[in-house]
Design a protein around this ligand. Structure first.
Ligand SMILES: Nc1ncnc2c1ncn2[C@@H]1O[C@H](COP(=O)(O)OP(=O)(O)OP(=O)(O)O)[C@@H](O)[C@H]1O
Length: 591
């Protein structure tokens, strides 16, 4: 079915709203400036009236007559004097202006004692890093003054730094990543490890600006995101690094949140994605979130789950989901079909181009291949002397972009050695979730983040980098498995609402229904059916790989443990330039 574009107000409504709010705020500020004298006099008159009323109530009743007589006499004298009423009005306005003045005490000029102690201790800690014995006029010296070293600082209500500008001597090697990292670690320790900091090095001015980052919202649930076809929201980030915002609902509330949007398709510069993380940090949740968005935009999905824990059962048999595979045979069959389908699309596209026709209809529907923990299959395939399913990703990874085929791989950080070369070289969009060392982040993303990772992070929190772009902090929207008992009801309903309807079964075919409308996990432990060899059958037509429920620990289910790495445990992964036009891709290579 043809899709109509979103109305303009929905596609860029967030930006318009933000602009209108900004205009309203500017207008209110200007009006307040112009009306400030009137506001002051009105406030003073109110204070004078309150004081007069208090005086009247405090006066004993037997003296009120005399007081009233005195006031009446003064009013009479003023009224009879030449220019008396005018002078009285001027005097009243002056008194009101004086009474109505802003009486908030001015902020103290310098830091208080506790703040001075913090600044002094930080200065002393930096001395060994920012001084050399031969410096005739050292900026940093033991017992020296911090005033010249810290030109700007701010503290929060708890007395900790919220913003700090640090000057450093020109001979400090701020171009070296190691030297910077040393300073950043020291500052993180001194300013409090429980928060995240952004470090901006100004190499021209020899200034380092440290800013405390507000925690990313961790309560955003899966929902329909206002995005165009070909755009996938990976998560949400800081407003400073992203211009665009998305309107999100959170219960009754509406918020505009800056997203990290990944673009796929023929014009994408990062057509495939690799998500890494420690176990339980939310990589499967990210894949589920991507799957729901892909289905919403009319994509076809092949899901291969090496974890074998049935986390994608909710997608089985849904419109657009071609297969959800947990066993090795099923994974091999599905990926073989996906590789053939990519080739078929390429041939068809090429033929159409040569004949001067537009791309054929059956090559336009996006095909998504989602692989969770392929490293588990690598181990199993080696044990059974069968083909590693990852080897079948070569064609989709290399040529998928032109054929609207997108590959998303998720695996554990410790199992990165088991990922094939093609996966490492062709996944230019990268996400790392959960705790990770600075080295692991730099190796996986191809560049270190400008913020320090914190020790305790909620699930779904991490970093994302699209190609050679900036490294973003990211929080993945909560998209839990709706069939998991631990999932809250609100989150379950949110995910269920996003699932497409079930595929109408072909004649005689049964799509099993389990509890809660889901598939029966015990219904199929058998090896999958052979894949039709005729790959020219488009996914939009007859389903190439018939939907089947998840195997839950059957003979073909891969082990849940991570396979032994094929190189020593100390093996290190580092970014390596590619010998291709897209050579800036962060690749992970063995040492
Ligand atoms: N973005 C998120 N927001 C809220 N909760 C999340 C988020 N991501 C994951 N979780 C929760 O964290 C737990 C682990 O998530 P998930 O299964 O996606 O992790 P994983 O990295 O795939 O781990 P494993 O490989 O062990 O399955 C689940 O309970 C899930 O609901």
């Amino acid at each position: 079915m043809a899709r109509r574009p979103l109305p303009r107000i929905l596609s860029n409504g967030g930006a318009q709203l933000a602009r209108s709010r900004e205009l309203a705020r500017t207008a209110a500020d200007s009006a307040t400036d112009v009306l400030q004298p009137l506001i002051t006099i009105a406030r003073g008159l109110r204070r004078l009236a309150t004081a007069a009323r208090r005086r009247w109530t405090d006066t004993p009743k037997d003296r009120r007559g005399a007081l009233l007589f005195l006031v009446a006499s003064v009013v009479l004298v003023v009224a009879l004097m030449p220019y008396g009423p005018l002078l009285a009005a001027i005097a009243l306005m002056a008194a009101a202006a004086w009474q109505g003045r802003d009486r908030t005490p001015p902020a103290p000029d310098g830091p208080d004692d506790a703040q001075t102690t913090r600044l002094t201790s930080l200065y002393e800690a930096l001395v060994p890093y920012f001084s050399i014995p031969d410096d005739p006029d050292p900026l940093y010296v033991h017992g020296g003054s911090w005033q010249k070293a810290f030109p700007a600082y701010e503290f929060d209500d708890s007395g900790r730094f919220s913003h700090l500008v640090i000057r450093y001597p020109a001979y400090f090697t701020d171009g070296e990543a190691e030297a910077r990292t040393r300073i950043e670690h020291l500052l993180t320790a001194k300013a409090g490890r429980s928060r995240e900091y952004h470090y901006a090095w100004d190499e021209e001015a020899n200034h380092l600006t440290v800013t405390v980052l507000a925690p990313l919202p961790a309560d955003l649930a899966a929902q329909r995101f206002v995005t165009a076809p070909g755009e996938t929201v990976l998560g949400f980030t800081d407003p400073t690094r992203v211009q665009r915002t998305l309107p999100l609902t959170h219960g009754e509330e509406r918020r505009d949140v800056p997203p990290v949007v990944w673009r796929t398709g023929v014009r994408s510069t990062e057509p495939h994605l690799l998500a890494l993380g420690q176990p339980g940090t939310g990589t499967s949740t990210l894949l589920r979130s991507i799957a729901l968005q892909a289905l919403h935009h009319g994509g076809d999905l092949v899901i291969v789950d090496g974890g074998g824990t049935g986390e994608y059962a909710c997608l089985t048999g849904r419109d657009g989901v071609l297969a959800v595979e947990c066993g090795l045979s099923g994974a091999l069959a599905s990926l073989e079909w996906a590789a053939q389908e990519t080739e078929r699309r390429l041939i068809s596209l090429n033929r159409a181009r040569q004949e001067g026709h537009p791309p054929p209809e059956d090559t336009r529907r996006p095909l998504w291949i989602l692989l969770d923990r392929p490293s588990a299959f690598a181990h199993l395939a080696a044990a059974e002397e069968r083909r590693d399913p990852q080897s079948l990703l070569q064609v989709p990874l290399r040529h998928g972009r032109a054929a609207q085929v997108t590959v998303v791989v998720a695996d554990q950080l410790d199992c990165v050695d088991a990922l094939g070369d093609a996966v490492r070289q062709h996944t230019r969009a990268r996400v790392v979730l959960g705790p990770a060392t600075a080295d692991q982040l730099a190796a996986a993303l191809g560049a270190p983040p400008h913020t320090t990772p914190v020790d305790q992070v909620p699930p779904g929190r991490g970093y994302a980098r699209l190609g050679t772009g900036a490294v973003h902090r990211i929080q993945v929207p909560a998209t839990p498995d709706p069939y998991d008992d631990a999932t809250s009801d609100a989150h379950r309903q949110a995910v269920l609402a996003l699932l497409p309807p079930r595929t109408t079964p072909a004649d005689g075919e049964q799509v099993p229904d389990g509890p809660g409308g889901g598939p029966d996990p015990a219904a199929d432990h058998a090896e999958p059916e052979p894949v039709p060899s005729d790959s020219a059958t488009g996914p939009a037509g007859a389903v190439a790989v018939s939907p089947r429920p998840q195997a839950a620990g059957g003979a073909g289910t891969p082990p849940e443990t991570c396979p032994e790495p094929s190189v020593p445990v100390s093996a290190k992964w580092e970014p390596q330039p590619q010998p291709q036009p897209d050579s800036a891709v962060p690749t992970l290579t063995k040492h």
